[in-house]
Design a protein around this ligand. Structure first.
Ligand SMILES: [Cu+2]
Length: 158
């Protein structure tokens, strides 16, 4: 609805300009806070333990992001016998990365190339235990990405 100010109580021009100015300052303050705030760009810091949240659809959703040379989070905890929707992606950059995880008891064998667009893999872990996930990439004569730290723990709890 369009609101017209009667001439008598139209806001003072000077006041309006003041409000605009403080609004702009406020916006700048928010933007700089976002830029400075640690963890804004990073959803999780490397080294974080994340317990998957069971969503309304009954799936445990987890996101993992890979980069040179880490996974974040690098310790994930899920419940056994509850479907997992695992979203994987990599940071932008020229280095290719993969996500490999094997849970033999549950017949889960994941070996995926990571893209900068998130992709969701669904599976249900049926055995309690700790399983490693890692990037299998390696350049000849260099240490593997896994050795450089691109690995994590996928923990299935009762
Ligand atoms: Cu890698």
């Amino acid at each position: 609805m369009l609101r017209k100010w009667p001439k008598s109580n139209r806001p003072d021009n000077r006041l309006e300009r003041g409000a605009l100015k403080s609004g702009a300052l406020y916006l700048i303050a928010i933007l700089s806070a976002l830029l400075v705030m640690p963890g804004f760009a990073e959803q999780y810091a490397t080294g974080d333990v994340v317990q998957a949240v069971i969503d309304v659809d009954g799936k445990q959703r987890v996101q993992i992001r890979g980069g040179s040379y880490f996974f974040t989070p690098n310790h994930i905890i899920v419940k056994v016998n509850v479907p997992v929707a695992l979203s994987i992606m990599r940071e932008s950059g020229i280095v290719p990365h993969t996500f490999v995880m094997k849970i033999p008891e549950s017949r889960i064998m994941l070996d995926e190339s990571l893209s900068t667009e998130a992709r969701t893999i669904e599976f249900t872990p049926t055995a309690v235990g700790k399983y490693e996930f890692y990037c299998r990439n390696k350049l000849p004569f260099f240490r593997s990405h896994e050795e450089k730290g691109m690995k994590g723990v996928f923990e299935v709890i009762p």
